[in-house]
Design a binder for this molecule. Structure first.
Ligand code: ZN
Length: 80
């Protein structure tokens, strides 16, 4: 069985345009999800300022208190 199919310039252009748009859409979705994951990670970091040694530090989750890595004094998180 012979399948006769000719590629016209219009068909080639439409195929390339559709494929390009699909690639751009896929990259858009990928980077949106990656940026959302990075933002969620950054939003969960709490900042602390030690009242004893004046060291500023952060904790990866959202605790209300965390010990200072320099002196061990327990401080409350900073509210902005
Ligand atoms: Zn300290």
């Amino acid at each position: 069985m012979f399948f006769a199919f000719t590629i016209t310039p219009e068909l080639l252009a439409a195929t390339l345009l559709t494929g390009g748009m699909a690639c751009i859409f896929a990259l858009w979705i990928f980077y949106e999800r990656r940026d959302a994951a990075v933002y969620d990670t950054l939003a969960r970091i709490s900042a602390f300022h030690c009242v004893k040694c004046r060291h500023t530090y952060s904790a990866p989750s959202q605790p209300h208190v965390a010990p200072c890595p320099n002196c061990g004094f327990t401080n409350g998180y900073l509210k902005f």
